[in-house]
Design a protein around this ligand. Sequence first.
Ligand SMILES: *Cc1c(COP(=O)(O)O)cnc(C)c1O
Length: 479
Amino acid sequence: MIKPQSTQPIQSSLPSVHHVLELSIVADLIAEFGKPLVTHAIRVTLGQIRDLLATAGELAWAQTKEENFILRIKSQLAELTDMSLRPVINLTGTVLHTNLGRAPLPEEAIQAVTVMASGASNLEFDLSSGFRGDRDSHLENQICRLTGAEAATVVNNNAAAVLLTLNSLALRKEVLVSRGELVEIGGSFRIPDIMARANCKLREVGTTNRTHLYDFEEGLNLRTAMILKAHTSNFKIMGYTRAVNESELVGLAKKVQIPFVIDLGSGSLINISEFGLPHESTVKETLSRGADLVTFSGDKLLGGPQCGIIAGRKDLIVRIKKNPMKRALRVDKMTIAALSAVLGIYEDPARAVQKIPALRMLARPEIEIRAMAERLLPLVASKLEANAVVETVACKSQVGSGTLPIDTLPSAGLAISPKSKKRGGASLKLLAAAFRNLPLPVIGRIHDSTLIFDLRCLENEAPFIQQLQLITIKRPTDK
Ligand SMILES: *Cc1c(COP(=O)(O)O)cnc(C)c1O
């Protein structure tokens, strides 16, 4: 429909708003968004394309193809209707990227969410008695079976799990924590701050690099209500270090009859050493060694929805559930549906690696990723020919979300280096921005003056190839 002819001034060959409104494909958009908004979106899109043709010249021709043009109108409509939250393609190489929404859900969980979101459910209704039920009841048996815990409860995220546990079991009392574990986990989760907001008194013991059992023993007094161990998930202290091992803390906590709680952070249900990652204790192993409670995230290594799971001793879970703060931190029916579906997959661990996207991506063999890189190389290289040199590269993926920060997985991807090296990386920034500004944004990672696309998380290349057709790169001089 829209065929600019090079013999005419390009701008004049763009269709009119009126003409676009008449297209049959636009009728669907009018039905969905209403005519005023669609008209506005067409006007804005035509304006953008006019600008692109003026500045990016030939690279912008693809934009005038009908399907690409419609995609732009749709993305404009998405912006106008305030759908600020949008899907992106994660090529950062960080599998559980907190800023990119962490774990994608398995199909089974998506189905379960759809069903529960669509109507009424027995969320807090006991079908056998006809009386009020407990929303945790839909998950507790599964969690207990998979972790060996006596009881469990689920809240909004792991930060909430830690907050609620502290506030329920150590209100106005003291909590012993090793100085080596006073961690900050990105975006303002700091153990000391959480402790203060939970209205507990933090009692630091030992030193940053070394803590001994006697440090804990000396820290104890009549006001001590808990020993907390936090997984030092996003940093590693190396060299002259010593941490008190869990079994010693279990023994000490038992002796003085206070709970020993471990904030696991990631909390895996299966042995991740299968993926070439170092062994991390599973939730079950941690509980079997004698921790009274553990807390962990639903959307880290578990690969499920955002939530925080607290599992362990029944009497402690009962106290936690009585805390009025539980109500403020509870999960909704969609989270319960998704988590239950994910836990269902774990009942057979062999299925977990196939069905749970986060695990499947972590387990994805390097050779398969490299083959994909080689397949995509010619497409990307020819598309970016005027602007950049593209090569395949060996790279390292990370688990993300603070899990195993030092350890990486061998992976492969594309390295895109701008041909123009002027102006302090301006070309590189424009390149990254062009991919970010696509209707389905493609997010890579900048390393050593190149834009790296680690392909570990690209399970399906079709959407990426489709987006590639839409790319237009401004020259550094363009506005
Ligand atoms: C990630 C993490 C948290 C916070 O978990 P969220 O699910 O992001 O709230 C708390 N503690 C540790 C050790 C973590 O790794």
